[in-house]
Design a protein around this ligand. Structure first.
Ligand SMILES: NC(=O)C1=CN([C@@H]2O[C@H](COP(=O)(O)OP(=O)(O)OC[C@H]3O[C@@H](n4cnc5c(N)ncnc54)[C@H](O)[C@@H]3O)[C@@H](O)[C@H]2O)C=CC1
Ligand SMILES: O=C(CO)COP(=O)(O)O
Length: 312
């Protein structure tokens, strides 16, 4: 929708025939984006051959499936086509960040990361939004920003794709923690503490991976963390809130088709941090609750009982 609003012709690839038909016939995607009316400039297809002649490819498949989709379609992708990563997450299977995984599959393609506080429905409905577009190649970053920027979608440039990616991947895990605290009615102080100490975890991991502090403090870091940790429309926050209210994860996920990336990223981010010998107690706690069936109250008590330490 952003690319179309900026004046581009847009082709959307989907595996789902019903979604394709809804977009082409009704200019809507009722299954995944109810309440947004899409530009007729957007057409959809299930054919990966459509990837052949694109000037830019925006990658939006959920993190645990993007690798498989790229593997299956890489023969259709020209090695000169710039790829813009919009997915937020770390692959469990390989432990790789999305940009690392993409580079393994498509080593020659130029790569950028587009990330920030961007609830899709607000973006599609043209509500004011600001994001980071990070690309190590400054002139390509400028060209991509110019192509995608529009009056309601303001793009700030950055040269730090790693920092932009880490912020987006880890904030989903912290948002689940904030949701749990809300579900448990533990108060606003606790949420502010989680956001701030969560940011500290994001910064530690981001710097260890080679990202820059100022990126982590910007739209794709602090900005997205703030949005997701404070809004009930966040799927990650909502998942945490349900758990905090006592709903079992299997029951919550039953019948849900949309992704809450923090569920998988809590595992992959925690493993990544362990491999780098970085202490990320909040992500660790969320991982234990989601994947090791840890008791929520005991996990919170353990977090609060950690030895005192200097703030910085
Ligand atoms: N929805 C939002 O507000 C935002 C989402 N993102 C990120 O974008 C990525 C995608 O999220 P959403 O579109 O919101 O998720 P969603 O769950 O609403 O939609 C996922 C889409 O991917 C497709 N999909 C799922 N598994 C697939 C597979 N194995 N092969 C091919 N297609 C598959 C689904 O059919 C669907 O079209 C995530 O990493 C998310 O964190 C980033 C910014 C904002
Ligand atoms: O990444 C997002 C907003 O920037 C979307 O967050 P949720 O996946 O938690 O809804």
């Amino acid at each position: 929708a952003v690319a179309a609003e900026a004046g581009n012709d847009v082709i959307l690839w989907s595996r789902n025939k019903d979604v394709v038909s809804d977009i082409n016939k009704n200019h809507e995607n009722k299954l995944y984006l109810k309440g947004a009316s899409l530009s007729p400039k957007i057409t959809a297809t299930t054919e990966t051959s459509a990837l052949q002649n694109c000037d830019i490819l925006l990658l939006v498949v959920p993190s645990q499936h993007l690798g498989a989709v790229l593997e299956a379609s890489k023969d259709q992708i020209n090695s000169k086509t710039p790829l813009v990563l919009c997915t937020k997450g770390v692959e469990i299977k390989s432990g790789l960040m999305m940009t690392e995984m993409i580079t393994e599959i498509l080593p020659e393609n130029p790569l950028a990361v587009l990330s920030g506080p961007t609830f899709a429905i607000e973006v599609a409905n043209k509500l004011p939004t600001a994001v980071t577009l990070a690309c190590a190649d400054e002139s390509l970053g400028k060209a991509l920003s110019k192509t995608l920027n529009n009056r309601s979608f303001r793009i700030y440039q950055s040269l730090d794709p790693i920092g932009a990616e880490i912020g987006g991947a880890v904030k989903n895990v912290i948002a689940i923690a904030c949701g749990i605290v809300a579900g448990k009615k533990l108060g606003d102080n606790a949420r502010a503490a989680l956001i701030t100490r969560g940011l500290s975890e994001i910064v530690k991991l981001g710097l260890a991976k080679g990202g820059r502090r100022e990126t982590l403090m910007g739209l794709s870091g602090m900005g997205d963390l703030t949005l997701t940790c404070t809004a009930t429309q966040s799927r990650n926050y909502a998942l945490g809130k349900a758990l905090g209210e006592g709903i079992k994860i299997q029951d919550y996920l039953k019948g849900r088709i949309t992704v809450a990336e923090g569920l998988s990223s809590s595992k992959s981010v925690t493993e990544l941090a362990q491999n780098l010998s970085i202490d990320m107690p909040i992500c660790d706690a969320v991982c234990s609750i989601l994947h090791n069936n840890a008791d929520i109250d005991k996990t919170i008590a353990q977090l609060l009982a950690r030895p005192q330490k200097a703030e910085v």
